[in-house]
Design a protein. Sequence first.
Length: 410
Amino acid sequence: MRLRFAPHSATALALAAAVLTASCSNGDDADSTAEPVAVDITADPTVTFGDLATDTGPGAQLSPDGSIVFYQGGGGICIAPADLATDPTTESATDERCATFDAGFDPRSIRFSADGGQLLLTEEFFRSRRDPDIWVLDIEAMTFVNRTDDGVARDGVDNGDLDLAATWMPDGSIVFVRVDGIDGDSRLMRLSGSGEPDEVSALSGVGPLDIAFPMVPIGDTELLALTTPNRGPVELLRIDLETGDLTAVATIDKMGTARISDVRDGMVLLQSEVVVGNRRDDLTSHVLIDLATGRQLDVFPADGFTDEAGRTIQPGVATFTPDGSAIVFTRLGSESKIGAITLEALLAGPVASDIADVMDLTDSDRFSDGALPWFSLDSPLRWTADGRLVGLVRLDDVDAVATLDFGAAP
C-alpha cells in the first residue's frame, strides 16, 4: 500500500538527514552500550497471542523489555508473564499474581524500573481529588510501600503534597514533581534509597499541574519533560539533575494532550492528541524532535493522510525500531494494522513516502470468523531483546498480548 504525504519543509529535511546519521539507543532505561537488534520490517511476521484472564481496565502496561504485563485483574493489581496464555479450561492466566491496592491509581503513572523488578504508581488526583503519593510495588513479593506518605488520604486540594509524574532513573532513584497543594509552587524532587526526597530544582515558570506524564530519563543525570498547559502550546524541557537547570528544547504548537512515545540518543518521538467528544484518538500526530537543535519533523501530516481508497488515516501509538532506522506505529488504516516508515522515506517527504503495511492482525487464523482486534492507545509498543514486537490488544471479549516475530534480520 502506498500512502502519500503533503510536502515537508526544508527544515524537516535537514532534521531527517541528521536523524539518519544519529547514534540511537532505547530511551526507556535500556543499556545504551548494547548493540541494537536489526529488524527487517519488510518481512512477513508471525503473531502469537497470550490471553489475559480478565478485562485489564485502564493502565495496562508492558515492562520495558516486553516480558511482563501489568493490569487490573479480578484479584486487584496483577502481574503476569507477557508470553503465557490463558488456560481456557480455568480462565485464569498462568502465573498471574495479584496484590490489593485500595486507593484508585492514575493509569498514566505506571512506570516499571529498568530491571522490571519494581513498579511505581500514584493515586488518581485529577478526577477524585485523592492525595497522590509515590507507591512502589515489589513484583517478586507483590507488596506495596508508600514512599512519600504525607498523612493526607484524600484532601490533597487544601493541605497535601501532590506527588506526580514520577519516573525511574537508571540508578534506581525516583524523580517526581511535588506541588504544594493545587495552587502552590512546583518543585522537582529526587528520592534515593530509603530516605526522604531531596529537592532538585524549583520549577520556575511552570504551572503547578502542567507537567505531563511521564517524564523520561536520558542518561544518568538528565530527563525530558513536557509541559501541557490548558491554554498554549506544548513545550519540551530538558532537565539537568546535577545542576537543576531547565532548558527549553522545543515548542510544539499543537493543542491537546501530549506524551513522549520513545527516545533515542539525539531524538525524541512525541505523540499529541486532540480530544473531541469521546474520541481520544482524533487528530493524532507524531513529531520527531532533534534534541541538539530543537528542530521538528512531522512524521505524519497534522490532518492525517489518505490511502489509495481515499480513506483518512490517523495512526495510534508509535515507537522506533531497535536500531532506530524506522518508526513502527499502529492503526494503519484500521485498528488492527501495524505500519512502518523508514527515516530514509521521511527524507523523501517532498515527493512521497511509502508506508510499509507490516501486518494486519485479522490475517491470523484466530480471526477467521471476522472478529476485529484492536490495539491499545494507552500502552506503548515494546521490543524484546531478540527483536520481537509486543503490544496490548483487545481480542473478541478479552485482552491479550500480541507478539510479532520478524525472524532473523538479513
